[in-house]
Design a protein around this ligand. Structure first.
Ligand code: GLU
Length: 165
């Protein structure tokens, strides 16, 4: 069973270490891959990979991501095999939205078909959430309405967090 975490701080630097500590506390739930995304004020930076929290964070230098807001995830693969690309977070085409997701989206194939102009980088059901938000924001929806309408389009059982630049 996976874990998701989001953290906002009033000062720079400590986001990645807090995310890391939180993901470590939730390791007992079981997982196959790990990732974080941190907003540094000008862009969202994602680091992720297969393995345990310490291994992946050391290898991909999670500590280098500085910012005040971040999200993190440990994945238990449901749709899409265990791979670096399928590890969360997943991002929209423009890289301005990152999501972490727990659960399953039953209608993700239909939603991918609806979003066929978008470039998908993983085989997961989860990635469709980032692209749906991007699609709706590009149509003029504000953030709240984009979230509400994304929820209306998703079938399944899930929780997710979205980070927007
Ligand atoms: N369904 C998603 C995936 O396969 C999330 C799995 C989970 O809850 O860890 O990537």
């Amino acid at each position: 069973m996976c874990s998701i975490i989001a953290y906002a701080s009033c000062k720079d630097n400590d986001v990645s270490s807090v995310l890391l500590d939180a993901l470590s506390l939730m390791e007992y739930r079981g997982y196959d891959s790990v990732g974080i995304a941190v907003l540094n004020g000008s862009s969202i930076n994602v680091r992720k990979g297969i393995g345990n929290v310490r291994e992946v964070s050391n290898k991909h230098r999670f500590d280098e991501l500085v910012g005040r807001v971040g999200i993190g995830h440990t994945r238990w693969a449901a749709y899409g095999h265990v791979s670096n690309n399928n590890a969360h977070p997943h991002t929209s085409c423009n890289g301005k939205i990152a999501i972490v997701h727990n659960g399953i989206i039953d209608n993700y194939m239909e939603l991918r078909e609806m979003l066929k102009s978008h470039k998908f980088k993983s085989d997961t059901d989860s990635e469709v959430i980032a692209h749906l938000l991007e699609h709706l924001i590009s149509k003029g929806y504000n953030l709240k309405d984009a979230m509400v309408n994304t929820l209306k389009l998703l079938n399944g059982s899930y929780a997710f967090v979205a980070l927007l630049d």
